[in-house]
Write a protein that binds this ligand. Structure first.
Ligand SMILES: [Zn+2]
Length: 239
């Protein structure tokens, strides 16, 4: 009986980990991308932190690169995947490599390992490279704010119940300082970047189950930003 219960629990856990994104549309940002040089020289592609990648570079999806006959460079081919075991609710110290947009970044979990894409939990920043919607109001500002705040910095990633979405991206809360008490509201306001995006009007609340640990607080932060007319809640937004 005990064995049966633990099997059921495991199955539920597996379901929970592969969280679906029912309301989020698929964009170019969601697919794994690589870099090629503008000249296409050597027909090699690179991951984001490759030291062989120099000069003008173009980002394409990994599927496109392979279709066009590109193969990973020598360094990239040998670049190992990280061996970090990511469990629900865990905290990990990482380096931010690049900002994709206001709510998506890439990080290196271990030195010299292939970077991973991280979608911030509980929020949605305006799009800046959506194939249909293009650049949305306040998208550039949100992206710039994330770049200024996080690029090339070390941060702490905190995971919730579901650690990845169906694109394989990690789903996390980003702390710019290690929290002493993860549930302390003052700490969340000061140190959690997801909260700061909401408080400054650079993003809206978007709760996707099962990752709802801070959902009520996030709604409160959004209300504050809205009342103060911050960022995307400002005058220009009204039609
Ligand atoms: Zn490379």
């Amino acid at each position: 009986m005990k064995k049966l219960l633990s099997i059921i629990f495991l199955l539920l856990l597996v379901c929970a980990v592969y969280v679906d994104f029912p309301t989020d549309t698929v964009t170019a940002d969601d697919e794994e991308t690589v870099w090629i040089t503008a000249s296409g020289a050597g027909q090699r592609y690179h991951y984001e932190n490759c030291r062989m990648l120099r000069g003008d570079k173009i980002e394409i999806t990994i599927a496109e690169a392979q279709e066009q006959g590109f193969t990973p460079c020598r360094v990239c081919k040998e670049q190992p995947e990280h061996s970090v075991d990511i469990q629900p609710d865990s905290l990990h110290f990482v380096r931010v490599i690049r900002i994709i947009d206001g709510d998506t970044i890439t990080v290196e979990l271990q030195n010299e390992t292939r970077p991973e894409r991280v979608r911030l939990i509980g929020i949605d920043a305006p799009e800046i490279r959506h194939p249909q919607r293009g650049v949305e109001f306040f998208g550039i500002e949100a992206s710039d704010f994330t770049t200024e705040s996080l690029e090339n910095r070390h941060v702490w990633l905190q995971f919730d119940v579901g650690v990845r979405d169906r694109f394989g991206r990690l789903l996390a809360y980003v702390w710019t300082e290690k929290p002493i008490d993860e549930d302390n509201e003052e700490e969340i306001r000061d140190k959690m970047f997801n909260a700061r995006l909401l408080l400054n009007g650079y993003a809206q609340v978007m709760t996707i189950q099962p990752n709802s640990r801070y959902a009520d607080l996030f709604v409160e932060f959004q209300r504050e930003a809205r009342e103060e007319g911050k960022g995307l809640w400002g005058e220009e937004e009204k039609e």
